[in-house]
Design a protein around this ligand. Structure first.
Ligand code: XMP
Length: 511
Protein backbone atom coordinates (compact mmCIF):
# COMPACT_ATOMS: atom_id res chain seq x y z
CA UNK A 1 0.00 0.00 0.00
CA UNK A 2 1.36 3.44 -0.91
CA UNK A 3 1.95 5.64 2.12
CA UNK A 4 -0.31 8.72 2.49
CA UNK A 5 2.19 11.58 2.48
CA UNK A 6 2.22 15.31 3.11
CA UNK A 7 5.04 17.00 1.20
CA UNK A 8 6.71 19.90 2.98
CA UNK A 9 8.59 22.21 0.65
CA UNK A 10 11.50 23.63 2.61
CA UNK A 11 12.08 27.31 1.96
CA UNK A 12 14.76 27.49 4.65
CA UNK A 13 13.08 28.61 7.89
CA UNK A 14 14.75 27.52 11.15
CA UNK A 15 11.26 26.23 12.08
CA UNK A 16 10.73 24.10 8.96
CA UNK A 17 11.72 20.89 10.64
CA UNK A 18 9.19 21.53 13.39
CA UNK A 19 6.41 21.19 10.81
CA UNK A 20 7.44 17.63 10.03
CA UNK A 21 7.98 16.95 13.68
CA UNK A 22 4.44 18.04 14.56
CA UNK A 23 3.03 15.88 11.75
CA UNK A 24 5.04 12.86 12.85
CA UNK A 25 3.86 13.34 16.42
CA UNK A 26 0.39 12.89 14.94
CA UNK A 27 1.64 9.74 13.12
CA UNK A 28 1.33 11.49 9.75
CA UNK A 29 4.02 10.61 7.25
CA UNK A 30 5.69 13.58 5.61
CA UNK A 31 8.67 14.29 3.41
CA UNK A 32 10.70 17.46 3.75
CA UNK A 33 12.16 18.39 0.38
CA UNK A 34 13.66 21.21 -1.64
CA UNK A 35 11.17 23.27 -3.70
CA UNK A 36 13.11 22.38 -6.85
CA UNK A 37 12.54 18.65 -6.47
CA UNK A 38 11.13 16.66 -9.37
CA UNK A 39 7.57 15.30 -9.29
CA UNK A 40 8.94 11.83 -10.15
CA UNK A 41 10.65 11.63 -6.74
CA UNK A 42 7.27 10.87 -5.18
CA UNK A 43 6.11 8.12 -7.54
CA UNK A 44 6.00 5.55 -4.76
CA UNK A 45 4.02 7.84 -2.44
CA UNK A 46 0.40 8.73 -2.26
CA UNK A 47 0.69 12.53 -2.02
CA UNK A 48 -2.25 14.00 -0.12
CA UNK A 49 -1.20 17.65 0.16
CA UNK A 50 1.60 20.20 0.39
CA UNK A 51 2.87 22.56 3.05
CA UNK A 52 5.10 25.44 1.95
CA UNK A 53 7.38 26.42 4.84
CA UNK A 54 8.52 29.85 5.92
CA UNK A 55 11.94 31.10 4.91
CA UNK A 56 14.37 33.99 5.22
CA UNK A 57 13.86 35.22 1.63
CA UNK A 58 11.60 37.94 0.41
CA UNK A 59 9.45 37.11 -2.63
CA UNK A 60 11.02 40.23 -4.17
CA UNK A 61 14.54 38.72 -4.19
CA UNK A 62 15.58 37.79 -7.71
CA UNK A 63 16.98 34.50 -6.48
CA UNK A 64 14.02 33.78 -4.19
CA UNK A 65 12.86 30.14 -4.41
CA UNK A 66 9.51 29.76 -6.18
CA UNK A 67 6.32 27.75 -5.91
CA UNK A 68 6.66 24.87 -8.42
CA UNK A 69 3.90 24.79 -11.04
CA UNK A 70 3.58 20.99 -10.81
CA UNK A 71 2.45 21.43 -7.22
CA UNK A 72 -0.42 23.68 -8.37
CA UNK A 73 -1.20 21.28 -11.24
CA UNK A 74 -1.93 18.44 -8.80
CA UNK A 75 -4.95 20.46 -7.49
CA UNK A 76 -4.19 18.91 -4.09
CA UNK A 77 -4.56 20.99 -0.91
CA UNK A 78 -1.74 23.48 -0.26
CA UNK A 79 -0.99 25.29 2.99
CA UNK A 80 1.52 28.15 2.78
CA UNK A 81 3.12 29.28 6.03
CA UNK A 82 4.60 32.80 6.28
CA UNK A 83 6.96 33.01 3.25
CA UNK A 84 4.88 30.14 1.78
CA UNK A 85 1.76 32.29 2.09
CA UNK A 86 3.50 35.25 0.47
CA UNK A 87 4.61 33.03 -2.41
CA UNK A 88 1.00 32.00 -3.02
CA UNK A 89 -0.17 35.63 -2.84
CA UNK A 90 2.47 36.67 -5.37
CA UNK A 91 1.76 33.74 -7.72
CA UNK A 92 -1.95 34.63 -7.82
CA UNK A 93 -1.29 38.35 -8.37
CA UNK A 94 -2.00 39.68 -4.89
CA UNK A 95 0.39 42.19 -3.30
CA UNK A 96 3.09 41.58 -0.77
CA UNK A 97 4.66 44.51 1.05
CA UNK A 98 8.40 44.45 1.55
CA UNK A 99 9.38 45.41 5.04
CA UNK A 100 12.64 45.54 6.94
CA UNK A 101 10.75 45.73 10.22
CA UNK A 102 9.98 42.30 11.60
CA UNK A 103 6.85 41.37 13.51
CA UNK A 104 8.22 38.90 16.02
CA UNK A 105 6.36 37.37 18.94
CA UNK A 106 2.84 36.57 20.07
CA UNK A 107 -0.27 38.00 18.45
CA UNK A 108 -3.96 37.44 18.96
CA UNK A 109 -5.56 35.69 16.00
CA UNK A 110 -9.19 36.56 15.33
CA UNK A 111 -10.97 33.99 13.16
CA UNK A 112 -13.42 35.69 10.81
CA UNK A 113 -15.09 32.85 8.94
CA UNK A 114 -15.84 29.25 9.65
CA UNK A 115 -13.28 27.21 7.81
CA UNK A 116 -12.16 23.55 8.07
CA UNK A 117 -8.61 24.80 8.79
CA UNK A 118 -9.89 26.27 12.07
CA UNK A 119 -12.23 23.46 13.07
CA UNK A 120 -12.25 23.19 16.91
CA UNK A 121 -10.05 26.29 17.26
CA UNK A 122 -11.47 29.10 19.44
CA UNK A 123 -12.40 32.29 17.62
CA UNK A 124 -9.74 34.27 19.49
CA UNK A 125 -6.44 32.53 20.13
CA UNK A 126 -2.70 33.13 20.50
CA UNK A 127 -0.34 32.65 17.55
CA UNK A 128 3.40 33.15 16.94
CA UNK A 129 4.51 35.63 14.31
CA UNK A 130 7.98 35.92 12.85
CA UNK A 131 7.99 37.79 9.57
CA UNK A 132 9.07 40.96 7.80
CA UNK A 133 7.09 41.08 4.54
CA UNK A 134 3.32 40.67 4.58
CA UNK A 135 0.35 40.31 2.24
CA UNK A 136 -1.31 43.72 1.77
CA UNK A 137 -3.65 42.92 -1.09
CA UNK A 138 -5.47 39.64 -1.55
CA UNK A 139 -5.34 37.78 -4.84
CA UNK A 140 -8.72 37.84 -6.64
CA UNK A 141 -11.26 35.31 -5.31
CA UNK A 142 -9.21 34.62 -2.15
CA UNK A 143 -10.97 35.16 1.20
CA UNK A 144 -9.48 36.50 4.40
CA UNK A 145 -10.35 33.95 7.08
CA UNK A 146 -8.44 35.41 10.05
CA UNK A 147 -6.76 38.66 11.09
CA UNK A 148 -4.63 40.11 13.88
CA UNK A 149 -4.38 43.71 15.07
CA UNK A 150 -1.29 44.08 12.84
CA UNK A 151 -2.33 42.17 9.73
CA UNK A 152 -5.72 42.49 8.08
CA UNK A 153 -4.94 39.12 6.48
CA UNK A 154 -3.38 36.63 8.90
CA UNK A 155 -4.91 33.68 6.99
CA UNK A 156 -6.58 33.25 3.59
CA UNK A 157 -8.27 30.54 1.55
CA UNK A 158 -9.29 29.93 -2.04
CA UNK A 159 -10.61 26.50 -3.03
CA UNK A 160 -7.75 24.03 -2.31
CA UNK A 161 -5.26 26.71 -1.20
CA UNK A 162 -4.70 28.10 2.30
CA UNK A 163 -2.15 30.56 3.63
CA UNK A 164 -1.27 31.59 7.20
CA UNK A 165 1.05 34.42 8.17
CA UNK A 166 1.77 32.93 11.62
CA UNK A 167 3.68 29.74 12.48
CA UNK A 168 1.35 26.90 13.53
CA UNK A 169 4.39 24.60 13.99
CA UNK A 170 5.87 26.41 17.03
CA UNK A 171 4.74 25.72 20.59
CA UNK A 172 3.80 29.36 21.13
CA UNK A 173 0.88 29.04 18.72
CA UNK A 174 -1.70 27.66 21.14
CA UNK A 175 -3.79 25.76 18.58
CA UNK A 176 -1.01 25.14 16.03
CA UNK A 177 -1.25 21.37 16.36
CA UNK A 178 -5.03 21.50 15.75
CA UNK A 179 -4.50 23.64 12.66
CA UNK A 180 -1.89 21.26 11.21
CA UNK A 181 -4.08 18.29 12.10
CA UNK A 182 -7.14 19.91 10.48
CA UNK A 183 -5.14 20.53 7.32
CA UNK A 184 -3.71 17.00 7.15
CA UNK A 185 -6.59 14.88 8.41
CA UNK A 186 -9.71 16.90 7.52
CA UNK A 187 -8.60 18.77 4.38
CA UNK A 188 -6.01 16.39 2.89
CA UNK A 189 -7.75 13.23 4.18
CA UNK A 190 -4.59 11.50 5.35
CA UNK A 191 -5.83 8.20 6.67
CA UNK A 192 -3.06 5.74 7.35
CA UNK A 193 -0.57 6.12 10.16
CA UNK A 194 3.17 6.42 10.33
CA UNK A 195 5.05 5.17 13.41
CA UNK A 196 8.41 3.86 14.59
CA UNK A 197 7.75 0.32 13.33
CA UNK A 198 6.80 1.61 9.86
CA UNK A 199 9.92 3.78 9.85
CA UNK A 200 12.09 0.75 10.63
CA UNK A 201 10.44 -1.40 7.95
CA UNK A 202 10.56 1.32 5.28
CA UNK A 203 14.14 2.25 6.11
CA UNK A 204 15.34 -1.35 5.94
CA UNK A 205 13.59 -1.78 2.58
CA UNK A 206 15.07 1.46 1.21
CA UNK A 207 18.59 0.57 2.38
CA UNK A 208 18.37 -2.87 0.72
CA UNK A 209 17.16 -1.25 -2.45
CA UNK A 210 19.77 1.52 -2.51
CA UNK A 211 22.78 -0.58 -1.59
CA UNK A 212 22.08 -3.64 -3.76
CA UNK A 213 25.15 -5.86 -3.83
CA UNK A 214 27.71 -3.21 -2.84
CA UNK A 215 29.39 -3.02 0.51
CA UNK A 216 28.96 -0.27 3.09
CA UNK A 217 31.23 1.11 5.78
CA UNK A 218 29.67 2.92 8.71
CA UNK A 219 31.50 5.50 10.81
CA UNK A 220 30.50 4.57 14.34
CA UNK A 221 31.23 6.53 17.50
CA UNK A 222 29.23 4.47 19.99
CA UNK A 223 26.75 7.30 20.35
CA UNK A 224 23.03 6.68 20.06
CA UNK A 225 22.76 7.92 16.47
CA UNK A 226 25.58 6.05 14.79
CA UNK A 227 24.83 2.90 16.81
CA UNK A 228 21.21 2.89 15.70
CA UNK A 229 22.09 3.79 12.10
CA UNK A 230 24.59 0.90 11.97
CA UNK A 231 22.11 -1.53 13.54
CA UNK A 232 19.41 -0.60 11.01
CA UNK A 233 21.86 -1.07 8.15
CA UNK A 234 23.04 -4.36 9.67
CA UNK A 235 19.40 -5.52 9.80
CA UNK A 236 19.06 -4.61 6.12
CA UNK A 237 22.28 -5.94 4.60
CA UNK A 238 24.03 -8.03 7.30
CA UNK A 239 27.59 -8.90 6.32
CA UNK A 240 27.79 -6.26 3.59
CA UNK A 241 28.31 -3.74 6.43
CA UNK A 242 31.61 -3.10 8.20
CA UNK A 243 31.47 -0.56 11.02
CA UNK A 244 34.55 1.53 11.70
CA UNK A 245 35.32 3.07 15.06
CA UNK A 246 38.01 5.73 14.79
CA UNK A 247 40.04 6.50 17.88
CA UNK A 248 40.91 10.08 16.94
CA UNK A 249 42.62 10.85 20.24
CA UNK A 250 39.79 13.27 21.09
CA UNK A 251 37.71 10.77 23.05
CA UNK A 252 36.79 10.67 26.71
CA UNK A 253 38.51 8.54 29.34
CA UNK A 254 38.26 4.76 28.61
CA UNK A 255 35.85 5.46 25.74
CA UNK A 256 37.52 3.29 23.05
CA UNK A 257 37.47 0.16 25.25
CA UNK A 258 33.90 0.69 26.50
CA UNK A 259 32.47 1.46 23.08
CA UNK A 260 34.15 -1.45 21.28
CA UNK A 261 32.83 -3.81 23.91
CA UNK A 262 29.14 -2.86 23.62
CA UNK A 263 29.20 -2.52 19.82
CA UNK A 264 30.39 -6.10 19.50
CA UNK A 265 28.62 -7.71 22.47
CA UNK A 266 25.28 -5.86 22.63
CA UNK A 267 24.73 -4.86 19.03
CA UNK A 268 26.51 -7.77 17.36
CA UNK A 269 28.18 -5.51 14.82
CA UNK A 270 31.24 -6.35 12.79
CA UNK A 271 33.37 -3.43 13.97
CA UNK A 272 36.99 -2.51 13.30
CA UNK A 273 38.90 -0.07 15.52
CA UNK A 274 41.33 2.31 13.82
CA UNK A 275 44.00 4.06 15.83
CA UNK A 276 44.26 7.50 14.20
CA UNK A 277 45.25 9.48 17.30
CA UNK A 278 48.47 10.94 15.94
CA UNK A 279 46.93 11.87 12.61
CA UNK A 280 44.21 14.07 14.16
CA UNK A 281 46.38 15.65 16.85
CA UNK A 282 49.03 16.56 14.27
CA UNK A 283 46.49 18.23 11.98
CA UNK A 284 45.03 20.23 14.87
CA UNK A 285 48.40 21.62 15.96
CA UNK A 286 48.27 25.42 16.16
CA UNK A 287 44.57 25.58 15.18
CA UNK A 288 42.39 27.74 17.40
CA UNK A 289 39.40 28.67 15.23
CA UNK A 290 36.34 26.45 16.03
CA UNK A 291 35.09 26.21 12.45
CA UNK A 292 38.57 25.33 11.21
CA UNK A 293 38.86 22.60 13.84
CA UNK A 294 35.52 21.14 12.74
CA UNK A 295 36.46 21.21 9.07
CA UNK A 296 39.86 19.58 9.70
CA UNK A 297 38.28 16.84 11.79
CA UNK A 298 35.51 16.21 9.22
CA UNK A 299 38.15 15.91 6.49
CA UNK A 300 40.39 13.57 8.48
CA UNK A 301 37.46 11.29 9.31
CA UNK A 302 36.70 10.93 5.61
CA UNK A 303 40.35 10.25 4.77
CA UNK A 304 40.45 7.47 7.35
CA UNK A 305 37.18 6.00 6.06
CA UNK A 306 38.38 6.15 2.46
CA UNK A 307 41.63 4.40 3.41
CA UNK A 308 39.68 1.65 5.15
CA UNK A 309 37.21 1.38 2.27
CA UNK A 310 40.12 0.67 -0.08
CA UNK A 311 41.17 -2.28 2.07
CA UNK A 312 37.72 -3.85 1.68
CA UNK A 313 36.13 -4.82 -1.64
CA UNK A 314 33.35 -3.07 -3.53
CA UNK A 315 32.62 -0.38 -0.92
CA UNK A 316 30.35 2.24 -2.41
CA UNK A 317 28.71 3.85 0.63
CA UNK A 318 29.77 5.59 3.79
CA UNK A 319 27.00 5.43 6.39
CA UNK A 320 26.73 7.95 9.21
CA UNK A 321 24.33 8.63 12.06
CA UNK A 322 23.62 12.20 10.90
CA UNK A 323 20.50 13.76 12.43
CA UNK A 324 18.32 16.55 11.21
CA UNK A 325 19.58 19.00 13.85
CA UNK A 326 23.14 18.51 12.46
CA UNK A 327 21.78 19.24 8.98
CA UNK A 328 19.88 22.38 9.98
CA UNK A 329 22.72 23.94 11.95
CA UNK A 330 25.23 23.20 9.20
CA UNK A 331 22.77 24.89 6.81
CA UNK A 332 22.78 22.21 4.17
CA UNK A 333 19.08 21.55 3.86
CA UNK A 334 18.58 21.03 0.14
CA UNK A 335 17.24 24.55 -0.36
CA UNK A 336 20.39 25.99 1.24
CA UNK A 337 18.61 29.08 2.56
CA UNK A 338 19.25 28.52 6.29
CA UNK A 339 22.08 30.35 8.09
CA UNK A 340 25.13 28.41 9.31
CA UNK A 341 25.34 28.05 13.09
CA UNK A 342 28.26 25.61 13.13
CA UNK A 343 29.56 22.98 10.75
CA UNK A 344 28.73 19.63 12.27
CA UNK A 345 31.68 17.38 11.48
CA UNK A 346 29.52 14.86 9.65
CA UNK A 347 27.68 17.43 7.51
CA UNK A 348 29.19 20.88 6.91
CA UNK A 349 32.62 19.55 7.93
CA UNK A 350 32.73 17.07 5.02
CA UNK A 351 35.12 17.75 2.16
CA UNK A 352 33.54 18.75 -1.15
CA UNK A 353 34.97 15.78 -3.02
CA UNK A 354 34.48 12.30 -1.64
CA UNK A 355 34.93 8.91 -3.21
CA UNK A 356 32.08 7.38 -1.23
CA UNK A 357 28.37 8.10 -1.41
CA UNK A 358 26.61 8.93 1.84
CA UNK A 359 24.00 6.70 3.41
CA UNK A 360 22.25 8.49 6.27
CA UNK A 361 19.11 6.69 7.42
CA UNK A 362 18.44 9.04 10.35
CA UNK A 363 19.01 12.31 8.48
CA UNK A 364 15.36 13.32 8.81
CA UNK A 365 15.02 12.58 12.54
CA UNK A 366 15.62 14.40 15.80
CA UNK A 367 17.42 12.73 18.68
CA UNK A 368 14.29 11.92 20.68
CA UNK A 369 12.73 10.33 17.59
CA UNK A 370 15.90 8.25 17.14
CA UNK A 371 15.62 7.09 20.74
CA UNK A 372 12.02 6.01 20.06
CA UNK A 373 13.18 4.04 17.02
CA UNK A 374 15.92 2.47 19.16
CA UNK A 375 13.39 1.44 21.82
CA UNK A 376 11.25 -0.20 19.16
CA UNK A 377 14.38 -2.05 17.96
CA UNK A 378 14.85 -3.23 21.57
CA UNK A 379 18.28 -1.62 21.86
CA UNK A 380 19.49 -1.68 25.42
CA UNK A 381 18.71 1.40 27.55
CA UNK A 382 22.32 1.94 28.53
CA UNK A 383 23.09 2.66 24.88
CA UNK A 384 19.89 4.64 24.24
CA UNK A 385 20.32 6.85 27.29
CA UNK A 386 23.94 7.82 26.62
CA UNK A 387 24.37 11.56 26.46
CA UNK A 388 25.23 12.88 22.99
CA UNK A 389 28.94 13.22 22.29
CA UNK A 390 29.91 15.25 19.23
CA UNK A 391 32.08 13.76 16.48
CA UNK A 392 34.81 16.41 16.91
CA UNK A 393 34.94 15.20 20.52
CA UNK A 394 37.01 17.00 23.11
CA UNK A 395 38.54 19.24 20.41
CA UNK A 396 35.49 21.51 20.57
CA UNK A 397 35.47 21.42 24.37
CA UNK A 398 39.03 22.70 24.58
CA UNK A 399 39.05 26.39 23.78
CA UNK A 400 42.03 27.33 21.68
CA UNK A 401 44.72 24.90 20.56
CA UNK A 402 44.26 21.20 21.34
CA UNK A 403 47.25 19.62 23.02
CA UNK A 404 47.85 16.25 24.73
CA UNK A 405 48.29 18.02 28.05
CA UNK A 406 44.93 19.81 27.75
CA UNK A 407 43.24 16.60 26.64
CA UNK A 408 44.46 14.83 29.77
CA UNK A 409 43.18 17.61 32.05
CA UNK A 410 39.77 17.67 30.36
CA UNK A 411 39.40 13.86 30.35
CA UNK A 412 40.00 13.66 34.09
CA UNK A 413 37.68 16.57 34.92
CA UNK A 414 34.93 15.28 32.64
CA UNK A 415 35.06 11.80 34.12
CA UNK A 416 34.65 13.16 37.65
CA UNK A 417 31.71 15.35 36.58
CA UNK A 418 29.88 12.50 34.85
CA UNK A 419 30.53 10.01 37.67
CA UNK A 420 29.20 12.45 40.24
CA UNK A 421 26.00 13.18 38.35
CA UNK A 422 25.50 9.43 37.97
CA UNK A 423 26.00 9.00 41.73
CA UNK A 424 23.44 11.77 42.33
CA UNK A 425 20.98 9.92 40.03
CA UNK A 426 20.94 12.86 37.66
CA UNK A 427 22.49 11.33 34.54
CA UNK A 428 19.17 10.20 33.05
CA UNK A 429 17.42 13.43 34.02
CA UNK A 430 20.01 15.58 32.24
CA UNK A 431 20.02 15.61 28.44
CA UNK A 432 23.75 16.25 28.10
CA UNK A 433 26.53 17.07 30.54
CA UNK A 434 30.23 17.64 30.02
CA UNK A 435 33.24 19.65 31.11
CA UNK A 436 34.90 22.34 29.02
CA UNK A 437 38.51 23.45 29.32
CA UNK A 438 38.35 27.20 28.91
CA UNK A 439 41.49 28.99 27.80
CA UNK A 440 41.31 31.15 30.88
CA UNK A 441 43.96 30.95 33.54
CA UNK A 442 43.29 32.63 36.82
CA UNK A 443 44.95 33.26 40.12
CA UNK A 444 44.23 31.01 43.05
CA UNK A 445 45.71 29.99 46.36
CA UNK A 446 46.43 26.40 47.35
CA UNK A 447 47.98 25.77 50.75
CA UNK A 448 50.24 28.73 51.23
CA UNK A 449 51.04 29.15 47.55
CA UNK A 450 49.76 31.30 44.72
CA UNK A 451 48.56 29.33 41.70
CA UNK A 452 47.88 30.51 38.15
CA UNK A 453 46.01 27.68 36.51
CA UNK A 454 43.17 26.55 34.27
CA UNK A 455 39.49 27.21 34.63
CA UNK A 456 37.06 24.33 33.90
CA UNK A 457 33.47 25.11 32.96
CA UNK A 458 30.73 22.57 33.65
CA UNK A 459 27.85 22.41 31.18
CA UNK A 460 24.63 20.45 31.80
CA UNK A 461 21.47 21.01 29.81
CA UNK A 462 17.94 19.76 29.42
CA UNK A 463 16.53 19.57 25.92
CA UNK A 464 14.22 17.56 23.69
CA UNK A 465 15.92 17.84 20.37
CA UNK A 466 19.08 19.97 20.76
CA UNK A 467 17.47 22.83 18.84
CA UNK A 468 16.75 24.61 22.12
CA UNK A 469 18.06 23.82 25.59
CA UNK A 470 18.03 25.09 29.14
CA UNK A 471 20.75 24.70 31.77
CA UNK A 472 20.09 21.99 34.36
CA UNK A 473 19.44 22.77 37.95
CA UNK A 474 22.05 20.72 39.81
CA UNK A 475 22.00 21.04 43.59
CA UNK A 476 24.62 23.10 45.40
CA UNK A 477 25.80 19.97 47.27
CA UNK A 478 26.42 18.02 44.08
CA UNK A 479 28.15 20.98 42.44
CA UNK A 480 30.33 21.43 45.53
CA UNK A 481 31.38 17.77 45.48
CA UNK A 482 32.21 17.97 41.79
CA UNK A 483 34.13 21.19 42.24
CA UNK A 484 36.24 20.00 45.13
CA UNK A 485 36.94 16.62 43.51
CA UNK A 486 38.15 18.24 40.30
CA UNK A 487 40.31 20.77 42.13
CA UNK A 488 41.80 18.08 44.37
CA UNK A 489 42.24 15.33 41.80
CA UNK A 490 43.08 17.08 38.53
CA UNK A 491 46.36 18.89 38.50
CA UNK A 492 46.48 22.13 36.54
CA UNK A 493 42.97 23.28 37.53
CA UNK A 494 42.25 25.89 40.20
CA UNK A 495 38.79 27.20 39.28
CA UNK A 496 35.41 25.69 38.31
CA UNK A 497 32.44 27.62 36.89
CA UNK A 498 28.94 26.43 36.02
CA UNK A 499 27.47 27.53 32.67
CA UNK A 500 24.00 29.07 33.18
CA UNK A 501 23.06 30.02 29.62
CA UNK A 502 20.28 28.50 27.60
CA UNK A 503 20.25 27.78 23.86
CA UNK A 504 19.58 30.23 22.29
CA UNK A 505 21.41 32.55 22.81
CA UNK A 506 24.28 30.09 23.50
CA UNK A 507 24.73 26.73 21.85
CA UNK A 508 25.12 23.53 23.86
CA UNK A 509 28.78 22.98 22.99
CA UNK A 510 31.14 25.89 23.50
CA UNK A 511 32.55 25.72 19.96
P1 XMP B 1 25.10 22.72 19.66
O1 XMP B 1 26.43 22.96 20.27
O2 XMP B 1 25.06 23.06 18.20
O3 XMP B 1 24.88 21.14 19.71
O4 XMP B 1 23.96 23.34 20.41
C1 XMP B 1 23.69 20.48 19.48
C2 XMP B 1 23.93 19.00 19.70
O5 XMP B 1 24.74 18.48 18.64
C3 XMP B 1 25.95 17.96 19.16
N1 XMP B 1 27.01 18.35 18.22
C4 XMP B 1 27.53 17.53 17.29
N2 XMP B 1 27.31 16.24 17.03
N3 XMP B 1 28.90 16.31 15.31
C5 XMP B 1 28.02 15.63 16.04
O6 XMP B 1 27.86 14.42 15.83
C6 XMP B 1 29.19 17.62 15.50
O7 XMP B 1 30.00 18.21 14.80
C7 XMP B 1 28.45 18.25 16.55
N4 XMP B 1 28.46 19.52 17.03
C8 XMP B 1 27.55 19.56 18.07
C9 XMP B 1 26.13 18.59 20.53
O8 XMP B 1 26.93 17.80 21.38
C10 XMP B 1 24.70 18.72 20.98
O9 XMP B 1 24.20 17.50 21.48
Amino acid sequence: MKQDTIIILDYGSQYTRLISRRLREMNIFCDLVSPDIDRAFFDDRNIKGFILSGGPNSVFDVEAPKLPEWVLDTKLPILGICYGMQLIAERFYGSVEKSDKREYGNAELIILNENPLFSNVPKNNKVWMSHGDKVIELPKKFNVIAKTSNSFCAAFNYENIWGVQFHPEVDNTDYGVNILSNFSRKICNVNNNWNAQNFINNTIATIKDTVGKSNVICGISGGVDSSIAATLIHMAIGKQLTSIFVDNGLLRKNEPENVMSFLKKDLGLNVVKIDAKQRFIKKLKGITDPEQKRKIIGKEFIKVFELEARKLKNVKYLAQGTLYSDVVESAVTKSGHTSVIKSHHNVGGLPEKMNLELLEPLRMLFKDEVRKIGKEMKINNQILDRHPFPGPGLAIRIMGEVTEEKLTILREADEIFINEIKKANLYNKIWQAFAVLTNIQSVGVMGDNRTYENCIALRAVNSNDAMTADWSNISKDTLSTISSRIINEVSGVNRIVYDITSKPPSTIEWE
